[in-house]
Design a protein around this ligand. Structure first.
Ligand code: TYD
Ligand code: MG
Length: 450
């Protein structure tokens, strides 16, 4: 029998090697190499000859956007689906990717678009049942429950859809490639097929890509390079709250989020998420402060919780969720050095309420105040937000979008805000008392009434 030529591929980044390596020299990940049987795919026939063009000759194609009517989804995409776009939706199993996309299909079909829903995961009746649950009743959605690429190609030829959903790319299978579905080569080749189809035909495609807690079978990184936009659907599957987040977007900004709640009959949009993560703004408890974070164009108030308890065994623990771990270490170091507070015999826990992740340093002051508040067991003054980045010298640095933050706080009835002195002259809100501060100790004096 003819022996197949094998190659080792990094499942994270797609790096090829003739030998099995422990660590990928390209992305630095450990134990990600898997053996694959290699067949050249460069035998793709060229349909047309394309010559280089002058940049000045190129006419920009109008990027009209198609609204899905699900506003939280449209916002994350940058205002709707761009024609001929190729989008990856990733998320853990059970988070609601199929539910979201089927709802999107329902709305698109209502507006007269033809949709082909390709599912290699569920049976026709399972999808029909879900569509009934979501109240979708249309003859513009076509189902294809096959994962074999030639069957899919025939389906595409026959239907010529405006929108394609591939649920999921890990199940799509090309029999000419001698590896199992979900392997790096299969995923990459099939994803490339859908990319070519999308760009050559007047349609847009959504790929569903699974991630598992243990790591994905075929790394999402490979897919991320191929597609135009990458959207993550996040949320603890034990709760109802779901967040749609844009990680990459060739057609718009990447910092928008969409907020949903998973209900009995589908995903419900939560357009006003400002107070969603706050339990009770009026109650002031030791170890809890409020920070207005910016997510895209929206302000969301979050609770930053700090718990400081004596260390009983050896090295003090630092447990952080929702903010950057290194940032918390830095804040504790500044508190020790500049305020002469002693954290080295205490465990420190920092958490952002509601499971949101904050990716900005403006929350430093709130983190510091929560930790000191817990350490000293003093409640911070109520109805107050803290905004500011902490420098290594203990100085408070200015933040961006101060008015966007304060306007939302004003709307929600917040009375006081401790803000960086640097932002003082930009403030245009009237109904909030602001306390501009230069240094960390000033901020803590006001917040904790020291
Ligand atoms: P699903 O879309 O199948 O998730 P994924 O495609 O990401 O794996 O959704 C899975 C969960 O959502 C499932 O546990 C049931 C729940 N669900 C609802 O709560 N309400 C609904 O209307 C639907 C369709 C699903
Ligand atoms: Mg699914």
């Amino acid at each position: 029998m003819k022996k197949e030529k094998s190659i080792f591929v990094c499942s994270e980044c797609g790096y090829h090697s003739v030998k099995l390596l422990g660590r990928c020299p390209n992305c630095g990940q450990w134990n990600t190499f898997i053996e694959e049987f290699y067949t050249s795919t460069e035998k793709l026939e060229t349909k047309e000859i394309i010559y280089p063009k002058k940049l000045s000759e190129i006419v920009i194609e109008e990027t009209s956007r198609i609204k899905t009517g699900i506003e939280e989804f449209d916002r994350v995409l940058g205002g709707g689906i761009v024609k001929k776009s190729y989008i990856l939706i990733s998320g853990e199993p059970g988070v609601g990717k199929s539910t979201l996309l089927l709802s999107v299909c329902g709305n698109l079909a209502k507006n007269g678009y033809k949709v082909l829903y390709i599912s290699g995961e569920e049976s026709e009746s399972q999808i029909k049942m879900r569509s009934k649950r979501l109240g979708i009743d249309t003859d513009m959605i076509y189902l294809l429950t096959s994962s074999e690429i030639n069957t899919i190609k025939n389906g595409l030829e026959k239907i010529k859809p405006d929108f394609i959903i591939v649920d999921s790319i890990q199940t799509v299978y090309n029999p000419e490639i001698p590896t199992i579905p979900g392997s790096v080569t299969q995923v990459r080749e099939n994803a490339n097929f859908f990319m070519r189809y999308t760009k050559n035909n007047d349609c847009s495609t959504f790929l569903v890509g699974h991630i598992t807690k243990e790591g994905i079978v075929a790394g999402p990184k490979i897919l991320e390079h191929i597609v135009d936009a990458v959207i993550y659907f996040e949320g603890d599957v034990r709760t109802n709250l779901r967040i749609l987040r844009n990680i990459k977007n060739r057609f718009g900004s990447t910092n928008e989020i969409g907020v949903f709640s998973m209900e009995e009959n589908g995903l419900k949009e939560i357009p006003d998420a400002s107070m969603l993560f706050i339990q009770d703004i009026e109650k002031n408890l030791p170890g809890r402060t409020v920070f207005p974070t910016i997510e895209g164009t929206r302000t969301i108030l979050v609770e930053i919780e700090g718990l400081v308890t004596p260390t009983y065994y050896g090295i003090p623990r630092r447990t952080v969720s929702g903010v950057d771990y290194n940032r918390v270490s830095l804040i504790i170091a500044v508190l020790e050095k500049k305020l002469k507070l002693n954290f080295n015999t205490y465990d420190v826990y920092v958490n952002v309420g509601g499971g949101l992740r904050i990716n900005e340093v403006g929350s430093d002051l709130a983190v510091a105040a929560s930790c000191v508040s817990s350490l000293k067991d003093i409640s911070p003054i109520k109805n107050t937000v803290l905004i500011g980045e902490i420098g290594l010298t203990g100085e408070i640095r200015g933040v961006e979008n101060i008015n966007l933050r304060l306007r939302e706080c004003e709307r929600l009835g917040i009375e006081r805000a401790i803000i960086p002195e640097k932002n003082k002259n930009d403030i245009s809100v009237k109904n909030i008392k602001t306390y501009p501060v230069h240094f960390l100790y000033e901020a803590l004096q006001i917040a904790l009434d020291l």
